[in-house]
Design a binder for this molecule. Structure first.
Ligand code: FES
Length: 105
């Protein structure tokens, strides 16, 4: 059975090489009721773009290392269910090490 796809728009930026931040769109199959933002990012990195940088650790809502802004709201990526298109950004773009990976995470 094929799943509907959603658009995941991710903040991309390498301060050492990129002149400015940009957004990149990815199409991700949505398994309704089962996917978190972290699952979407894992799919992108495992299936579409191994260069996407982000930070995850416990996957249980404890460590707070997956804190991101999703559709403008600050959330834990591992605990936030996805139901449609999303825009994923760092909470503080001035702290970006690369893409969605920040100094504070
Ligand atoms: S990965 Fe630890 S709180 Fe999300």
């Amino acid at each position: 059975m094929s799943h509907p796809t959603i658009n995941v728009r991710c903040f991309r930026y390498d301060p050492e090489t990129d002149p400015a931040p940009r957004f990149q769109d990815y199409r991700v199959p949505l398994v309704e009721g089962e996917m978190s933002v972290q699952d979407c990012l894992n799919h992108i990195r495992e299936q579409l773009d191994p260069g996407l940088a982000y930070c995850m650790n416990c996957r249980l809502g404890f460590c707070q290392r997956c804190i991101l802004k999703v559709n403008g709201k600050v959330v834990l990526a591992c605990e936030t269910a996805v139901e449609g298109d999303i825009v994923v950004e760092p909470v503080n773009a001035s702290e970006v090490i690369r893409d969605l990976w920040c100094e504070s995470t």
